[in-house]
Design a protein around this ligand. Sequence first.
Ligand SMILES: Nc1ncnc2c1ncn2[C@@H]1O[C@H](COP(=O)(O)OP(=O)(O)OP(=O)(O)O)[C@@H](O)[C@H]1O
Ligand SMILES: Nc1ccn([C@H]2C[C@H](O)[C@@H](COP(=O)(O)O)O2)c(=O)n1
Length: 414
Amino acid sequence: MLSRTMFRCGQMYSRVFAVEVDLLTEPLYFTLSAKPHILHHDYQRFFGEGKLFSLYVDSDNRIQKAQTHAEIKTKLSKLERDCVVLETCSYIPDVKNSVVKGFCIRDKSTPGISEEILKTFRQNESVCVFSYKLDGQYCWQELWSHVNQTEKAERQYITPASTPLYHPSTLGIRSSDVFYSKEEAYMVLQECSDILPESKAVLQLVDEQGESSGSDGFPVIVIEGLDATGKTTLTEALRESLNATLLKSPPQCLAPFRQCFDSEPPVIRRAFYALGNYITAAQMGKESLKAPVIVDRYWHSTAAYAIATAVSGRVENLPRPDSELYQWPEDLLRPNLVLMLNVNPEERMRRLKDRGQDKTIEENELEVNQLFRLKVEEAYKRIQNPSCISVDASPSPQEVLQQVLRLIRNKCQL
Ligand SMILES: Nc1ncnc2c1ncn2[C@@H]1O[C@H](COP(=O)(O)OP(=O)(O)OP(=O)(O)O)[C@@H](O)[C@H]1O
Ligand SMILES: Nc1ccn([C@H]2C[C@H](O)[C@@H](COP(=O)(O)O)O2)c(=O)n1
């Protein structure tokens, strides 16, 4: 009963499967073939330890797909004792948006505790579970879910595949993690409006703000940076010094919805932040006719956090510096200047501790996950048109303000 999208039209054999065995090394890549293939030692070791399963979520409905993926992640995170859960994905080389995300479960417990959880997904048409068997130098994959007792599952043999040019986690970013037009993000919230009523309210706010007019008025200056680098402190000081209007993205009108969208899967959460930028852009257009505008976070934040989260593993796995993924959306108002505040990790930790407020999951992640922080910082630097100018934000607030005022006067003739 191979009816799901990923198996349509015999796609199975043209797919490459990538398992993220360890964040610091390349994933293990393999394809499938109908004939046995002798595996070398690394593959034998990977497939031979304990019981091994993989699980993929696929559906033509991207909202349902994202939610099922998130539910599975939560369920699998409860697996402890002798179980390891790894990220995996499958894709067709050079085919955009062909990525299907999943998990790989290695279970060394007896009796296998993961099977109870995996059985709960059997009813779900969009979830496929495979099991793996190593026999000498060969290994095969079988469909484990959706196979009835009398039916014999077809075997596909594991065949090593070479490392692709682009890390597979970069393949599905466009329109799933980063949106390059208002329409793309708008459609996501439209698609989930039945299951998430808050989406309707957000869309209404987007409609009410209307389009942003490009402004030839006063300059618009965006202040970016990781949390606790001093954005709030600096933007408030700039407002006073320049008699400017201070805006934020996401804008104040979206504050009541933020917590709700922060707990949704990436495609929904990122669409929410993307739309927040368009509301802020409309405000920028209006306000910059009256005074200089200072903006606390904007598209650099949206894209950099989204890309860094979507890309697993090392900084080298990020899309290449010349990738179109770092290009500014054509329909989003461009600021005149984007400044990125940088402080060293120790100073940032000190400021975070002193402040002691609640942190978002991503802020916590920045603290515990050095790789994630490096990827966010690097993605910030790679964003183009406009790119950001780095500012050393470790001196005192007064010194940072003076440094930034000099830059603004220099670049914006203020
Ligand atoms: N230049 C500075 N030197 C020392 N401490 C600073 C400086 N700028 C800000 N701080 C302190 O660091 C902490 C974080 O600053 P702030 O809230 O301005 O950062 P932020 O970038 O807006 O953070 P978030 O993005 O999480 O809201 C605050 O306690 C603030 O008083
Ligand atoms: N324009 C924006 C602003 C924020 N975000 C996301 C990125 C992080 O997850 C988080 C950081 O915001 P803070 O806690 O500092 O207010 O919000 C975004 O995607 N786009």
